[in-house]
Design a protein around this ligand. Structure first.
Ligand SMILES: [Zn+2]
Length: 1193
């Protein structure tokens, strides 16, 4: 089956521990055809190998093309001498990926797999230097390396934009994987130590400290404990529990490495276009090296080797039986009465999680699923989960979510493969605490009813079709991840000879089988797996007391430890730590780095695009003086421009449209149609309503504007959208920025272009603001507030924007987390007392924003292949019918072009000239702190300092940069990075999960000032304030070259899929107004090439140093109350900020919570999407902010 990874945030958390939280993500489907081939990357010259072929050590076990995507091929090879597996998915792409996968089975909570994952990066036999792997990766058009540890495997990844760099990196990476140094010094800093103040520390320890007591981790672990007995590895916390990490030793990790990190247990999973002969040569040389080093006990491992999970006690599937008494591993006093009821089909356990607000909890249910290899049944369950939970008209959503007293705000149904039997899980979020225990009963009753009354077969057919289309879409947008999921899974649980590989990818054939299933068959499926199958129910209950006691426990432990150690003991610890740091931080000899050749730009396979603007070009704030407002000429006309022009030409003579349309042609099976509306003319008091408007847009009843005047209920609308579209979205922001503009987007298969335009017309101008639907939407948002408040990073940015953006002018800030805290409860009341007033205001929002003379349309994808010759006709029809409807509104098209605002137009005086202000807020749910510091930055893509600043920021943000070593390496913060915000004309420095933001800030400041040469380096300081022994930070020519190489990767990644590429063309030309238009990325690379170390020094002084000075910057910080005092004092007394505290508003709980008020600090995230990054990356995750890899251009 193609979609296995159940959590998706893999992309950019280097060395971040990653447990696939089966409960946290819906199962996405993901394989698709690239109906139009991208330019073939390299003609594989040699004839294709046949099964059984041997090249060197490697023997070909499997080779095929996907039946529904013939230009995507898979090969599986295995070494006859060591058992090393190579799986290669070959498809056209500008990026190459490796996922080196080791099944890592562990029977304790020691966290060995996770700690080992971290230690792999600290140096290897041939490359015994910490950070060398990333430093070399940066010189290979890669952004660095990455890894995750899941419950059953650890995977090490690298992505490069050059096949040459990729093949040279593989052996270096393999040396780290198979021959890491694992030194005591590395263990001390990276895993665990006690610092000079008696506090627990170490990178892994801090990471787990931040996670162990979150509701997600607590519930997941409780579920594992409840399902699996002692001796089964699925029971373990592979990340490491804190009290186990405190006693772990480096030797245990070495022993574990020796056993599991062997070639017979490892697969090199490789995706992207590569020359086969060179790939096999490279793997052969790695394989020979392993034999020479004595690391290969033979193709089937040493005598007695058992395949992890499949041949060990972990293969025994769990038994859930509620009638069993006695030593049920999970039973807690809270559950005693439930256990006595002895229902054999139900077991329940309750886990408390620390939370100030006790109004909302979570429910997590698991069932034992089909056995490994039950392909049809697994696919059927996957389709069933779409049927049951996908979209507002699905039975579970309708019964539980789409009501004005929601039982939960979201529901996820998923399944995971395991040795033995799989697990089916359902997660319900934001459930009123009083209703936690009754939820699974209501679910069962609903499922019984569905099974008895029969399946809506029309909708079922729709779900099968939709899953298939989504899979196709995923294969086009997340190609590499889609393959990696299934290839990793096959290595873990598939036939070692590769026999399952083809079957597991053949989803489309299974969809065909399922399309023939009867209603009775589906009903049986529900009965067998969900109704008559025993279920394990974990209730997640918020606890205020637990919050307090946890804090007390930590303090008590540290106090006791300090007393035991005494002054002397603490001093010894400091010395030990200093020694370890010095040993770890031995500088990498420059000749190793500079000897590693940087690939040439020609080796990148860019995606070609064509584009054309019809109508009057919009004006954006990005237009600099003297620049003509039109599509910039990037100096070249591509063949696709010509193709597009020819396609549009016959229609150009028709009537003029009152708005501009921008077309981008890229090879794709899909089309995305977007409408962008500036919000400049919206009255201030209406701005917060945009949140409600956008969140209900796709589920309101409407009257069609196609002349039929047909009326659709909201159910009809949701069903129709499901049928016609692949995905749809509405929000503030375009392409990861420009959040003063609304963007409404519909993605369809390319032959449904006219339908897409029709939907946009009806949704925007034909919808009716039904009060019932508005109530449902507001109730859902309000109920999710407590859950959303745990986002420390989101709140720190929201705080910052409350300083820099003018609420009267800025829609971004008016719909922010902080604003919604006050607005939503008030809105909820008004909807009760004066609904017609709210409806009237929404109509006013529509009149002022959603006007034909206030919009820009964009069409991206296979425009030419969209069926018929009518690219403009649907728009003309839209213009006519909307104008007819709006006659009374006097919306005659105006003569002036549409103006697309940048955030710099809505800044406060403080936002334009940041100085001295610090705004602090405490969050009860946050253990560490999150900070943003902001100063002025270049405000145009044409600014002469922009290229040099881009390089400088890349040098500071790179993995293993001076900032990385001194801040993250010293345990001062999990992440520290700079970001250029051209749109606002600002530069941001942000800290992520810092125990003490003020101290981390001060250290970063010292580093930057030393590198800039404005202050003498007075030794390095660690978390304890003591010298760390790190050498004085400086920038070398090698650093500069590496950063330039890294920027090649960043630019390539930003346009690495056809949909990203199309989005970037639009943003570059119409919003960013980059001088080179769609050639922005490559033009930047050519400017970057001439940046010198002197330029870097200069922009450090002129642009970067000011963000670290109170005179020229402002700060926004959130953190735990316990830490806030120290942070405030330091910022005020040592740094000179004028610090204010902000108390976050108290919100009333959801309407149905029996009149109880939930109090405490609450907040919401979500409405700020798109405001964090200016790059074209699709979603801005917490991690990407941390690493600063995205949005830096
Ligand atoms: Zn980690």
């Amino acid at each position: 089956m193609l979609l296995r990874r159940l959590c998706c945030s893999l992309s950019s958390t280097p060395r971040s521990f990653f447990v696939a939280p089966s409960n946290l993500a819906r199962r996405h489907n993901s394989f698709a055809t690239m109906a139009t081939a991208m330019p073939s990357a390299n003609g594989h010259a040699s004839p294709p190998p046949s099964l059984g072929d041997v090249r060197g050590n490697m023997k070909l076990l499997q080779s095929f093309a996907l039946p529904y995507a013939p230009d995507m091929k898979v090969q599986k090879w295995k070494s006859t001498r060591t058992g090393l597996t190579l799986v290669w998915a070959d498809f056209p792409s500008p990026l190459l990926n490796a996922y080196m996968t080791v099944p890592t089975e562990i029977f304790t909570d020691s966290g060995v797999p996770h700690t080992l994952e971290h230690l792999i990066f600290l140096g290897s036999h041939d490359y015994p230097y910490k950070g060398i792997l990333d430093s070399l990766a940066n010189r290979s058009f890669a952004s660095g390396t990455n890894a995750w540890t899941a419950n059953d495997h650890t995977a090490y990844t690298i992505t490069t934009a050059s096949s040459d760099g990729f093949l040279r990196m593989l052996p270096v990476y393999a040396d780290h994987l198979f021959r890491p140094t694992i030194t005591d010094a590395g263990f001390t800093t990276e895993v665990y130590h006690v610092d000079g103040k008696g506090h627990d520390a170490g990178v892994v320890f801090s990471e787990m400290q931040g996670r162990e007591n979150t509701s997600g981790d607590l519930m997941e672990l409780r579920m594992q404990r409840s399902l699996y007995p002692e001796g089964n590895a699925y029971r373990s916390e592979t990340g490491g529990l804190m009290d186990k990490l405190r006693v772990l030793t480096a030797q245990e990790i070495r022993d574990y490495h020796a056993k599991y990190y062997a070639p017979h247990n490892t697969a090199l999973v490789v995706t992207g276009p590569l020359p086969l002969a060179q790939l096999i040569d490279t793997v052969n040389s790695i394989d020979d090296g392993l034999i020479a080093a004595g690391k290969a006990p033979g193709p089937s491992g040493p005598p007695g080797w058992l395949r992890p999970f499949l041949e060990t006690p972990s293969a025994t599937p769990p038994i859930i039986d509620g009638s069993l008494r006695g030593d049920l591993p999970s039973l807690t006093p809270i559950d005693a009465d439930v256990a006595s009821s002895r229902d054999p089909l139900r077991r329940q356990t309750t886990v408390e999680f620390p939370e100030e607000d006790e109004s909302m909890g979570e429910v997590y249910i698991s069932w034992v699923g089909p056995k490994l290899g039950s392909w049809i049944e697994e696919e059927a369950i996957s389709v069933l989960s779409t049927y049951l939970t996908d979209s507002a008209v699905s039975p579970v959503q309708r019964a539980f979510v789409e009501r004005d007293d929601p039982l939960c705000t979201d529901v996820y149904l998923s399944q995971e493969s395991k040795a033995g039997s799989g697990i089916i899980s359902a997660l319900f979020t934001s459930v009123p605490t009083a209703k936690l225990a009754q939820l699974d009963g209501e679910l069962l009753a609903l499922l019984k009813k569905i099974a008895k009354e029969g399946i809506d077969m029309q909708r079922m057919q729709l779900c099968i079709r939709r899953d298939r289309v989504k899979l196709m879409n995923h294969l086009e947008t997340k190609t590499s991840e889609s393959f990696a999921d299934v290839l990793i899974q096959d290595h873990l649980y598939g036939d070692a000879g590769g026999k399952d590989l083809f079957t597991c990818m053949d989803d489309v054939a299974r969809y065909e089988v399922l399309a023939g299933w009867t209603s009775a068959q589906w009903a049986q499926l529900i009965d067998r797996w969900l109704v008559c199958n025993a279920r394990m129910v974990v209730l997640g209950k918020p606890s205020k007391t637990l919050q307090k006691s946890l804090r007390k426990d930590t303090k008590a432990l540290e106090k006791k430890r300090k007393a035991a150690l005494g002054e002397e003991g603490l001093k010894e610890l400091t010395e030990k730590l200093d020694k370890a740091r010095a040993e770890n931080d031995r500088p990498i000899p420059d000749e190793i780095l500079s000897g590693f050749r940087i690939p040439s730009e020609e080796s990148i396979q860019w995606i070609q695009s064509g584009r054309r603007l019809i109508g009057k070009a919009p004006v954006s704030d990005g237009v600099v003086e003297g620049q003509v407002s039109k599509i910039a000429d990037d100096g070249q006309t591509t063949p696709l421009d010509k193709v597009l022009d020819d396609h549009l030409a016959p229609e150009l003579d028709g009537p003029q449209l009152p708005f501009p349309i921008h077309f981008t042609q890229v090879p794709s099976a899909f089309l995305t149609v977007s409408l962008v509306f500036p919000t400049t003319h919206l009255a201030p008091h209406l701005r917060p309503l945009l949140q409600l408007y956008l969140s209900t847009l796709f589920s309101l009843p409407l009257q069609k504007l196609d002349g039929s005047a047909a009326t659709l209920s909201y159910e009809d609308v949701v069903r129709g959208l499901d049928d016609d579209t692949v995905e749809y979205d509405a929000g503030l922001g375009v392409g990861g920025g420009f959040a003063e503009n609304v963007c409404i987007e519909v993605k369809v298969e390319r032959n449904r272009y006219a339908e897409a335009v029709g939907w946009l017309r009806d949704l925007l101008w034909g919808s009716q603001f039904s009060v019932d639907r508005l109530r449902v939407s507001v109730a859902k948002t309000t109920q999710s507030l407590p859950e959303l408040k745990r986002d420390g990073r989101g709140i720190s940015w929201s705080l910052l924007r409350s300083l820099t953006h003018d609420e009267g002018k800025s829609s971004n800030v008016s719909t922010s987390i902080l604003r919604m805290l006050e607005f939503m409860p008030a809105l909820s009341e008004r909807l009760g007392s004066k609904p017609e007033e709210v409806v009237g205001e929404l109509e006013e929002v529509r009149r002022s924003v959603f006007r034909l003379d206030n919009m820009v349309a964009a069409v991206g994808g296979d425009v030419v292949g969209s069926g018929g010759k009518n690219a403009l006709q649907p728009w003309r029809q839209l213009a006519e019918s909307v104008a007819a409807k709006q006659q009374a509104n006097n919306s005659a098209s105006s003569a002036s072009p549409v103006h697309l605002p940048w955030s710099r137009s809505v800044l406060t005086p403080l936002g334009r000239q940041p100085s001295k202000t610090g705004l602090l807020a405490s969050l009860p749910t946050v253990e560490s702190s999150y900070a943003v510091f902001t100063s002025r930055g270049p405000n145009s893509y044409a600014h002469p300092d922009h290229p040099a600043l881009v390089v400088t920021v890349a040098m500071l943000n790179a993995l293993e940069s001076v900032l990385w070593r001194h801040v993250r390496g010293a345990g001062l913060a999990y992440g520290a990075s700079l970001r250029i915000d051209v749109e606002a004309g600002q530069l941001h420095f942000s800290l992520y999960r810092a125990p003490d933001s003020a101290r981390a800030f001060q250290e970063a400041k010292r580093v930057v000032q030393a590198v800039a040469g404005v202050r003498e380096w007075a030794g390095s300081k660690g978390k304890d304030g003591k010298p760390s022994g790190l050498p004085a930070p400086s920038f070398t020519q090698t650093d500069l070259d590496s950063a330039k190489s890294l920027l090649h990767y960043n630019v390539a990644e930003g346009v690495s899929t056809v949909s990203l590429c199309a989005g970037e063309v639009f943003s570059d030309e119409l919003l960013r107004c980059a001088p080179a238009g769609r050639g922005r990325g490559r033009a930047l690379l050519s400017k970057v090439a001439s940046v010198t170390l002197e330029d870097v020094q200069r922009v450090l002084r002129e642009w970067v140093c000011p963000v670290f000075e109170a005179q020229t910057s402002i700060a926004a910080i959130v953190g735990s109350e316990a830490r806030m005092g120290e942070i405030e004092k330091c910022l005020r007394e040592q740094e000179g900020y004028e610090v204010r505290r902000k108390t976050l508003p108290i919100v009333k709980g959801a309407k149905d919570a029996k009149g109880e008020e939930s109090s405490g600090d609450e907040s919401m995230s979500g409405s700020e999407s798109g405001s964090e990054s200016e790059s074209g990356s699709e979603s801005e995750s917490e991690e990407s902010e941390v690493d600063g890899k995205k949005g830096k251009l």
